[in-house]
Design a protein around this ligand. Structure first.
Ligand SMILES: [Zn+2]
Length: 98
């Protein structure tokens, strides 16, 4: 059985910004079409989208809690990277740089 390294559950580096904007519904026109096309045809991005969606759901819940709006982008990034580290640790796979 093939288990993917959690590190691989990210969009292609050049698509990361677009995919996350797309999930936010922030893309229109050609970039939206291109990003949808890429996600549909790229196994790496296809796998990454549910992970990004889950992260977003967690962020949304966080921002709905009282005081959540006081979260700075830096703090938010730290929280997200903390989750990513926790996810990697629970996956039991060693992080690898590509
Ligand atoms: Zn991709």
């Amino acid at each position: 059985m093939f288990k993917q390294d959690p590190d691989d559950l990210k969009p292609c580096p050049h698509m990361e910004t677009w995919v996350s904007a797309w999930l936010d519904g922030a893309l229109t026109g050609l970039m939206r079409w291109y990003t949808e096309w890429h996600v549909a045809h790229c196994p790496r991005c296809t796998d990454a989208v549910p992970v990004l969606r889950a992260l977003r759901a967690r962020l949304r819940r966080l921002s709905e809690t009282p005081g959540g709006e006081a979260l700075t982008p830096e703090r938010r990034a730290a929280v997200v990277s903390g989750w990513e580290r926790a996810d990697q640790a629970s996956g039991g796979a060693a992080p690898s740089e590509s």
